[in-house]
Design a protein. Structure first.
Length: 411
């Protein structure tokens, strides 16, 4: 039996999808499959590789050889036959689209890539990826829009009670698009190829927009709040940075696909969840507290209705549901997981092996990075299980990535 290992980055964004792919592979006797956190469970990948060859290692992103630094040692030792880039984020904007495509010879020629639609396949080809290294998968996460499996769907009244919401009101969820970037992060992004002026300007807009968001949420009228419950959802993997009054429900729990079974309106500045909500025929608005240049607007979101004040949704004319999502996340028919898994099946049947004669970049300390990741994983697991705040505080992973701790650790 072949072996497939799937890595995820964010629990709230990818975990359910990865589990569904794994379950499909196992249920249909396609392969033995495993799902692990790329932050906390690289050690488990090495354990599996010590016993058997990993035929496919699926990763959340891979656009530079260095982005695979934790597992390059396994590639060097021929313990992995093929790396598949799941590309969980494929929709960019003019200023940052480059980051979503391969930027070196290794990721262009020695990795297979997912493309949600023909648009993304053609862009991958333009970036130097061989056409036979691309599988059109649609957006696998979109399957969760209509499936109750793995989501523990409850009656709306149960959800209302659990999160202190009034079930008789309409529920608005505001999805944050991302935090203000630190100077350290900006410098790292400049090294990655971003334009410094773009980053500084975008940061200024983000700072201003977050201030306006905070102000607007704290000053919503009583009349508006009589009709709506407001749920503010921080960006995946991040804590809430806004100071909000008690009338605003700050909720990070559950995946967005779970929440889309209950909410009536989705608002966001830049999140592509707006396209996924549109596919589910939910009312969506691109929220623009400040007018920003077109190059910063995520592709596809520029076609959606815009509001500048949250209370504008009460003043809007009759809402018309669009289908702009089809160009950007592909067909939403509940079969994307199946398509992706069968893509893996095809690769397994071909017994693709890419790395037998591969020479890795000598400037990447992949032996050191592998050892560092494995030791960090062991420490993080020990610190989390002891529940010692002092030990957990010493773990950068547990501190920075507290929302992405493997669900299995919590059981």
């Amino acid at each position: 039996m072949k072996t497939v290992v799937i890595l995820y980055e964010h629990v709230s964004r990818e975990y359910e999808t990865c589990i569904r792919v794994k379950d499909y592979l196992v249920k249909n006797d396609i392969a033995n499959a495993y799902v692990f956190s790329m932050h906390f469970q690289i050690n488990e990948v090495y354990k599996i590789a010590s016993k058997r060859i990993i035929d496919i290692l699926a990763v959340p992103y891979a656009y530079k050889e260095k982005s695979l630094n934790k597992i390059l040692l396994l590639i060097k030792r021929n313990r992995i036959k093929l790396v598949f880039n799941l590309r969980h984020e494929q929709i960019g904007a003019s200023y940052n689209e480059f980051k979503l495509y391969p930027r070196d010879y290794f990721t262009q020629n020695y990795i297979y890539h997912s493309a949600w639609t023909e648009i993304y396949k053609n862009k991958l080809i333009e970036k130097g990826v061989p056409s036979d290294h691309i599988i059109i998968t649609q957006n696998p996460r979109a399957d969760l829009l209509f499936s109750q499996e793995h989501q523990n769907i409850a009656d709306r009244s149960v959800v209302a009670k659990k999160y202190g919401l009034n079930q008789d009101k309409k529920w608005i969820i505001i999805c944050e698009s991302g935090p203000v970037r630190s100077n350290e992060m900006i410098q790292q992004m400049i090294i990655q190829g971003y334009n410094q002026q773009d980053l500084q300007e975008y940061n200024e807009f983000t700072i201003n927009d977050l201030k306006k968001t905070e102000s607007q949420l704290n000053s919503l009228s009583s009349a508006f709040l009589d009709n709506y419950e407001i749920i503010y959802r921080p960006h995946p993997g991040k804590d809430n940075s806004l100071r909000l009054c008690e009338k605003i429900h700050v909720i990070s729990e559950e995946s967005m696909y779970w929440w889309l079974n209950y909410v009536d309106v989705v608002i966001s500045r830049m999140s592509t969840v707006l396209l996924e909500a549109q596919a589910k025929q939910i009312v969506v608005y691109r929220y623009e507290p400040s007018i920003i240049p077109e190059r910063f607007i995520t592709y596809g979101l520029d076609k959606l209705p815009v509001i500048h004040e949250i209370e504008e949704i009460d003043l809007s004319k009759e809402y018309i549901h669009g289908d702009d999502y089809k160009d950007y996340i592909g067909k939403v028919d509940g079969h994307s997981i199946e398509i992706l898994a069968n893509g893996f099946k095809s690769l397994l049947e071909k017994d693709v092996s890419l790395y037998e004669n591969l020479v890795l970049s000598t400037d990447i300390p992949y032996v050191h990075d592998a050892l560092k990741a494995r030791l960090s994983n062991r420490y993080s697991y020990y610190a989390f299980k002891t529940k010692s705040k002092r030990l957990m505080h010493l773990s950068k992973s547990l501190t920075v990535l507290s929302r992405d701790i493997p669900p299995e650790w919590k059981q």
